[in-house]
Design a binder for this molecule. Structure first.
Ligand SMILES: C=Cc1c(C(=O)O)[nH]c(=O)[nH]c1=O
Length: 310
């Protein structure tokens, strides 16, 4: 039984990755993921310069997942570009470089730097950070997405993935797919956290995180049905050359199976990886392998995208 998969020409012996932002801000954390059963890793989304991020408390675990408003704390693009470039070729595991500018100009500036570098791996452009005060998620402004992609593909010739926010309406699925199908995108990654949720503590009668009056991105059990819907809806609408990474609500082999049934080529684990650490990759690989054996599947292609309707 094989858990191998690919994104474009990039091979992964295991379809499991971490989700950007979780235990992946330092090279030590990234090396731990590469040394685990994960098929590769993705860096914390980078900004042009290092950032401290939002004030704490900025993340809170709950019984159903977590809420965060980290505010893009990271060591800056050069730090991650250096790491990703050093790692390419060895480990047999891909390092995906995630970038999240605070403006279209910053995104273009960073992608120009990546294009000019010797990095030959996958770059993930994050269009969906919900936690920068005063900044809306670019992924909800379809014409802005079209502008960014048009400007990007004038000079960017390396493989590019997009981290998308969750969409909640068929007009939105149609709208974003119409834009994405016009460009040579290597993959899309759905979903980022469900933005601007609110967790309240009835004991203290207070919010639980400090930034933005307590509003933050939701991950974990809160988001799995929305994540599966976005993977499925985009798989049905996007041209086959665009691969899909499924992210959201994964904490077991069964959850991975559901994402692949909906069309995912790879999957990323955020909240649950935050709770369990790198042993989760071995556990979930075992659970998925057992589930596939019970069902008589040898490879992910045997069931990918084959969700039945009734
Ligand atoms: C890149 C910033 C993000 C953050 C953050 O750094 O606050 N949190 C998320 O849930 N998703 C993001 O995309």
């Amino acid at each position: 039984i094989s858990l191998a998969s690919h994104i474009g020409d990039y091979q992964f012996d295991n379809l499991l990755l971490n989700a950007a932002g979780v235990r992946c801000a330092s090279t030590e954390e990234l090396d731990k993921i590469l040394d685990s059963d994960a098929g590769g890793c993705v860096t914390k989304s980078a900004t042009p310069e290092p950032r401290k991020g939002n004030e704490s408390p900025r993340m809170k675990a709950t019984s159903m997942g977590c809420i965060n408003s980290m505010g893009l704390p990271n060591h800056g693009l050069d730090y991650y570009l250096k790491f990703a470039t050093e790692k390419q070729g060895n480990h047999g595991k891909q390092v995906i470089l995630s970038v999240a500018g605070l403006s279209i100009d910053q995104n273009i500036e960073m992608l120009k730097k990546v294009q000019a570098s010797s990095f030959s791996g996958l770059t993930e452009l994050n269009l969906s950070c919900p936690n920068i005060a005063g900044k809306s998620q670019l992924g909800y402004d379809f014409e802005a997405v079209r502008d960014v992609l048009a400007a990007t593909f004038k000079f960017f010739k390396k493989p590019l993935g997009l981290k998308l926010p969750p969409y909640f309406d068929f007009n939105q699925f149609d709208g974003i797919a119409d834009v994405l199908n016009d460009f040579p995108i290597t993959y899309i990654n759905s979903i980022n956290s469900i933005g601007n949720g609110l967790v309240v503590d009835p004991e203290t009668e207070s919010v639980v995180i400090k930034p933005k009056g307590g509003f933050g991105g939701l991950g974990g059990d809160y988001v799995k049905p929305t994540a599966l819907a976005n993977v499925r809806a985009l798989r049905l609408r996007l041209k086959p050359e665009i691969s899909i990474i499924g992210t959201g609500g994964i904490k077991s082999g069964k959850d991975v199976f559901e994402h692949v049934l909906c069309g995912a080529d790879l999957v990323q684990i955020g909240t649950a990886f935050g709770f369990d650490g790198t042993p989760i990759f071995e556990r979930i690989s075992k659970e998925l392998t057992e589930l596939m054996a019970q069902k008589g599947y040898q490879t992910l292609a045997d069931f990918r995208g084959k969700l039945k309707t009734i």
